[in-house]
Design a binder for this molecule. Structure first.
Ligand code: FNR
Length: 190
């Protein structure tokens, strides 16, 4: 079987190190996982005024989440929290009221920063938001990645075997978690 993973890169930077990480994660992920990026950049700032008639970019976001078996967030930490562009996308997906797209979706949260904090505080903020949105989260392993440019190749693969091993283990556990949540969500379970 194959599993569709929709992923968010929480950075709009053209030189994003989190985009580098996203490519590296995909390059080492189990073959059964198929990845589609869900874009933040075309979304206006969310307002309840849009609830009666979502714009095309926001409809596309909700449809992409609905079509995904699992969601993966690969994001920087901004000022010890979630970057505004990513939080805006999550707010769009959570609404209109009663149509929260994240409910029961298996999620993973990972990110990289130049410093040793490795996005730990962003990840803690994300867990709070995703818990409120009733999204199951991979709890272990956690991955706080201090960005080492030499560990990655231009073509999106991983140069450093230690880094590859950490990222591969994360994606294997994430894939297994997605399958467990899907099984638990299937009709027939209480
Ligand atoms: C940062 N940066 C940062 N780093 C960190 O580890 N903790 C933090 O709280 C912040 N805060 C922060 C705020 C803002 C507005 C910016 C622009 C940057 C540094 C950040 O980790 C670095 O710029 C990364 O390169 C961002 O990831 P991308 O955009 O390259 O993927």
């Amino acid at each position: 079987a194959t599993y569709k993973i929709g992923y968010f890169v929480g950075s709009l930077s053209s030189r994003s190190i989190n985009r580098v990480l996203s490519k590296a994660l995909i390059s080492v992920a189990p073959e059964e996982l198929e990845f589609t990026e869900i874009l933040l950049k075309d979304l206006p700032l969310y307002s309840p005024d849009y609830d009666a008639d979502y714009p095309p970019a926001a409809r596309a976001l909700k449809e992409a989440i609905a079509a995904s078996d699992g969601i993966l967030f690969i994001s920087p930490e901004y000022n010890r929290s979630i970057p505004g562009a990513l939080k805006n996308a999550i707010d769009w997906g959570s609404r209109p009221w009663g149509t929260n797209s994240f409910a029961r979706k298996p999620t993973g949260i990972i990110g990289t920063s130049p410093g040793s904090i490795g996005t730990a505080v962003m990840q803690a903020s994300m867990r709070s938001v995703l818990s409120f949105l009733d999204a199951p989260q991979l709890n272990s392993p956690e991955a706080y990645i201090k960005f080492n440019p030499a560990a990655y190749n231009e073509d999106g693969t991983v140069q450093d075997e230690g880094t590859a091993s950490v990222l591969r283990h994360y994606m294997e556990e994430y894939g297994a978690f997605v399958q467990r949540v899907l099984a638990a969500n299937a009709p027939g379970h209480i």
